[in-house]
Design a protein around this ligand. Structure first.
Ligand code: PAF
Length: 281
């Protein structure tokens, strides 16, 4: 496995491989890798001739400077994990390699960036759009892999490639969970023992709603989730939305013919956990 820090060097190497007809798979990450990321790499290795992973903690997508400062960074461990997973290239750029000049592009994802994560993290998705577009320009992958834990991000990235006509296939991969159901996330590393003990209740409650969806109305289920989670000593619900799985428009009634997604953000102290379940998918 080769590690590149310079954009041009990686680009030159990948250009040669592309011209040889090699299929390139790409897994963009912000590092602090866990099994969920590795599953994306495994999938890419299976689907493509060459797999590239990037590790870049992108400042433009953090609306909270404290969160950016505290984001876990462990490049050596990440590199070892990627090597183990048979990744071929790692891109580990500095800020200037990703953003050599100011990006004046107007990123507009409409409704997709106004609700849920977009509402509570203003500017977040413009930052995601900016970095992913730039990384796609550098790597020019055939396929790019994203975890469905960040469901809204997945829709935003699909919209990005449509809007800018970027010739890449976006592959959404199932959320990987701990044995007790907690969605894997780099942020889990920061949970205290008490917070970690309660955190699985998020997915347990979401799964319960999915299983019994017909028993209550949309409003009743939202309230049920808030009551259940807020009753725990370590967790506090920021939002729960039950929405159309394609447009993210909120629904007020259940309709069997529509795919829905239930998305939540829950604070464990200052650590923000997100999760979702799809209904009728
Ligand atoms: O999902 C992430 O880790 C990030 O948002 C991404 C896609 C790597 C862009 O920085």
């Amino acid at each position: 496995m080769k590690v590149f820090k310079k954009t041009l060097e990686l680009k030159n190497e990948l250009d040669i491989l592309s011209k040889q007809g090699k299929k390139i798979g790409f897994v963009p990450t912000m590092g602090a890798l866990h099994h969920g990321h590795i599953e994306l790499v495994v999938r890419s290795v299976k689907d493509n001739d060459i797999t590239v992973a990037s590790i870049f903690v992108n400042p433009t997508q953090f609306n909270n400077p404290e969160d950016l400062k505290k984001y876990p960074r462990m490049p050596e461990k990440d590199i070892a994990m990627l090597e183990n997973a048979n990744c071929d290239y790692v891109f580990l750029p500095d800020y200037d390699e990703v953003y050599p000049k100011i990006d004046t592009t107007n990123y507009d994802f409409g409704m997709l960036e106004k609700v849920m994560e977009g509402k509570f993290r203003p500017g977040h998705f413009k930052g995601v759009g900016m970095v992913v577009k730039r990384l796609f320009e550098i790597v020019e992958p055939d396929n790019a892999y994203f975890g469905l834990k960040d469901y809204q991000q997945f829709l935003v990235i699909k919209s990005l490639v449509n809007q800018f006509d970027i010739p890449v296939n976006i592959v959404g991969c199932e959320t990987i969970r701990e044995h007790d159901g907690l969605a894997m996330s780099s942020r889990n590393l920061r949970l205290s023992d008490e917070q970690r003990k309660e955190a699985p209740e998020i997915y347990k409650s979401l799964s319960f709603i999915k299983k019994h969806i017909e028993d209550k109305s949309v409003l009743e289920w939202k309230q049920w989730f808030k009551d259940k989670i807020n009753a725990l000593s370590q967790l506090k619900v920021e939002y729960i939305e039950i929405s159309d799985a394609i447009t993210l428009e909120e629904v007020s009634l259940f309709d069997d013919s529509k795919s829905l997604v239930i998305c939540v953000a829950v604070f464990a102290g200052e650590i923000r956990l997100i999760d979702n379940v799809l209904i009728n998918d």
